[in-house]
Design a binder for this molecule. Structure first.
Ligand SMILES: [Zn+2]
Length: 277
């Protein structure tokens, strides 16, 4: 069906689905249940992870007791294609992980016939710096006359890490921004280091997954797998950054540079950006 993505969630292992449809201009991105109840996908809806699931994803509260896990790749696809008004009907506790990238969501958004919408930008009017333990995100104004946002992610796990220092960027203000996002950002998959995978599996997570299903980086590179891009990890972190910052509630105008930042820090920046409005 057009607009639909179906499959298991990464953390819950539970089958689920999302169905993406258009919405009136100005209504924002809304995630809802078929049975009723829904929430605007914004920072105020951010919720803690359920017990036993490490804080490595983005979860939203739908009402007082209902939660939907791992919305970041879906949000990234919407923002990457410039879609700021949509209704997403979600089934199950978690958004499907698919191959770990945002490609399936790009297909679904396009399949639903949604196109770039003319949402009012959140203008980054002053520099905002969030910094902690070697990780950092800086948001700053863009040179006058330039629209959109330049997002940049810098990944550097140090000289002993199994992957080289690398970076990736995407400019939402470029004329071909949606095509560039779909081709160069969306296909980049979730990854984890072999040491992290062992810890997560010992905690009972990802039991049914093999390194072929998820990009696991060992000392010599991906285990039983291949990179889609030389800098696929940096591109995926960029994908996450775009999705998490979309929770500020609209397209950004400015520049954002993240270094080693993860979801928690992205959420903090999304809150600061939402407060600019
Ligand atoms: Zn991700």
């Amino acid at each position: 069906m057009n607009g639909e993505v179906r499959g298991r969630g990464l953390f819950s292992g539970t089958p689920g689905a999302v169905r993406i449809a258009g919405a009136a201009v100005g209504s924002g991105i809304r995630i809802a249940r078929r049975s009723g109840g829904g929430v605007r996908a914004k920072v105020v809806a951010l919720a803690p992870q359920p017990e036993g699931i490490p804080a490595r994803n983005t979860t939203l509260a739908i009402g007082a007791t209902d939660r939907i896990l791992t919305v970041e790749h879906l949000m990234s696809a919407l923002a990457g294609l410039g879609v700021w008004d949509a209704r997403v009907e979600a089934e199950g506790p978690e958004v499907p992980i698919g191959d770990g990238s945002a490609a399936a969501f790009v297909d679904a958004v396009r399949g639903a016939g949604l196109r770039k919408s003319g949402a009012e930008p959140i203008v980054i009017s002053r520099e905002i710096v969030i910094e902690r333990g070697g990780a950092r995100i800086v948001a700053r104004p863009r040179s006058p006359g330039r629209g959109g946002c330049l997002y940049r992610y810098e990944l550097d796990y140090g000289p002993d890490a199994p992957m080289a220092a690398q970076a990736a960027e995407w400019d939402s203000g470029a004329a071909d921004a949606a095509e560039t996002y779909a081709r160069e950002v969306a296909p980049a998959r979730t990854f984890c280091l072999e040491s992290e995978a062992r810890i997560l599996q010992a905690a009972g997570l990802f039991k049914d997954l093999s390194p072929r299903d998820m990009l696991v980086i060992g000392a010599d590179g991906p285990i039983e797998n291949e990179y889609r891009f030389e800098n696929e990890p940096a591109r995926h972190k960029l994908l996450d950054l775009i999705g998490d910052l979309a929770l500020a509630g609209g397209p950004l105008q400015g520049e954002v540079v993240a270094t080693r930042a993860g979801h928690a820090m992205n959420h903090e920046m999304a809150r600061a950006l939402a407060a600019l409005r």
